[in-house]
Ligand binder design. Structure first.
Ligand SMILES: [Ca+2]
Length: 248
């Protein structure tokens, strides 16, 4: 008999993030050597967004717990099955702008030979309502990716809690047949083209024209992460009957 417990997120690593950046360097204050600008300016306020200053990013594997029970209802095994990749981004303030232009957050990574972008965006007050309000997506960029260059949105969710934004990428929704884009054991690495995290503003006019792409903060490259590496090992409850996973 198999019992499925509610999904439990694996141990997060907000204190040891794969991506770090200093606070107070958004609004073009620091170009990280990636733009033809001095590192101390210019500040672009008030057009930019004060809260959208990245300080950390980290990955987490979400998993479900499967308990195998004997005829008396006692657990004989606890198994942990990874089912989604979580991407957390911490900013110094609320990531959704309450004024100013639309903001997009783009984390460029590689999974194997596939270059992709973990992305979310939120419409600012300056943009017309023709701009989507907010959303999360995955963009794959190269022919080496599962279905080539493509933007995925189905099943991908965005959750904001204070100054931490979490993007959820479920394995089963991001697959071609039985071949997933993400799975246990896949390694997420820095983008092979040298891109990292970029937060940009844009501004859509009522006529639909998009004025865009002003970067306001950058970070990276991120450290690698192996999906599933933060999931606890399965437990043999017959061998270790006192294990917490077997007695709950
Ligand atoms: Ca920053």
């Amino acid at each position: 008999m198999l019992t499925l417990l509610p999904s439990a997120a694996g141990a997060g690593t907000p204190d040891t993030p794969e991506l770090r950046d200093q606070a107070g360097d958004a609004n073009y204050v620091h170009s990280h050597g990636l733009l033809p600008l001095p590192d101390d300016g210019p500040d672009t306020r008030p057009a930019s967004v004060d809260g959208a200053d990245i300080v950390a990013g980290w990955y987490e594997t979400e998993y479900r717990t499967e308990l195998t029970l004997d005829g008396d209802g006692a657990a004989t095994a606890a198994r942990y099955e990874p089912e989604a990749l979580l991407v957390h981004l911490r900013t110094t303030g609320a990531p959704i702008p309450s004024f100013g232009p639309t903001v997009s957050y783009n984390l460029w990574v590689n999974v194997g030979a596939c270059s992709m972008i973990f992305r979310f965006y939120a419409r600012g007050a300056l943009s017309s309502e023709g701009d989507p309000a907010q959303g999360a997506e995955l963009r794959t960029r190269k022919a080496e990716c599962l279905e080539g260059p493509k933007t995925y949105t189905e099943g991908i969710t965005l959750a904001v809690a204070g100054n931490v934004t979490t993007l959820r990428y479920p394995f089963d929704a991001l697959s071609l047949g039985n071949v997933p884009l993400f799975d246990e054991g896949y390694q997420i690495e820095a983008d092979s083209d040298g891109n990292a995290l970029q937060i940009s503003t844009s501004h859509r006019l009522p006529n639909g024209l998009l004025l865009g792409g002003q970067p306001i903060d950058m970070a990276g490259p991120p450290q690698p992460f192996v999906i599933g590496s933060d999931v606890p090992p399965d437990v043999d409850c017959l061998a270790t009957p006192g294990a917490p996973a077997c007695t709950s």
